[in-house]
Design a protein around this ligand. Structure first.
Ligand code: T46
Length: 141
């Protein structure tokens, strides 16, 4: 994946360690507090993305730290820190993008075989979500 330089705040690129065992597969590794910059409390993944028009995300988090990966297929990740916006085509399973606090994000343009993996530093709390864009803009002032 050729990533442009990240301009939005509270983001960054995370590279996973990988062993190329060709022709027997690749082994890809993330370790808490090493290449994953926090203790992992939760993981979740999103698959079966068959609706071409689906747009997921559409929120920011107040405190949550996450790293998002596309471990199969591709999708578009759109980030907005309230001042700058940036989009990435996620299609390389060895790179993740940090979704830090106060970063409005949407995911779209999923390939049929897309699998999104997310590592998070806390359990699910709906109270940590900002799901209203106007409220998000207010929160970053
Ligand atoms: C994010 C992006 C990248 C739970 O009950 N527990 C969980 O751990 C999660 C992640 C979700 N849910 C519930 C909450 C909703 O009722 O599952 C439902 C769908 O969640 P949501 O609409 O937030 O899904 P996405 O794909 O828009 O967002 C998800 C994460 O929720 C979010 O934290 O940053 O992926």
């Amino acid at each position: 994946m050729k990533l442009p330089k990240i301009k939005v705040k509270n983001s960054g690129v995370i590279k996973l360690q990988f062993f190329d065992d060709f022709p027997d597969g690749n082994l890809v590794i993330g370790e808490a507090k090493k290449n994953i910059p926090f203790e992992i409390k939760r993981i979740y993944y999103i698959n079966s993305l068959f609706n071409k028009k689906s747009i997921r995300g559409k929120h920011a988090h107040k405190k949550l730290e996450q790293i998002i990966f596309c471990i199969n297929g591709s999708f578009k990740l759109n980030l907005d820190d309230g001042k700058q916006k940036q989009s990435f085509i996620m299609n390389d399973p060895y790179y993740g993008i940090r979704l830090g606090p106060k970063l409005w994000h949407t995911m779209s343009d999923f390939s049929n075989n897309c699998v999104i993996l997310v590592l998070a530093d806390d359990y699910y709390k709906e109270s940590d979500y900002i799901r209203d864009y106007k409220e998000f803009k207010k929160s970053i002032k």
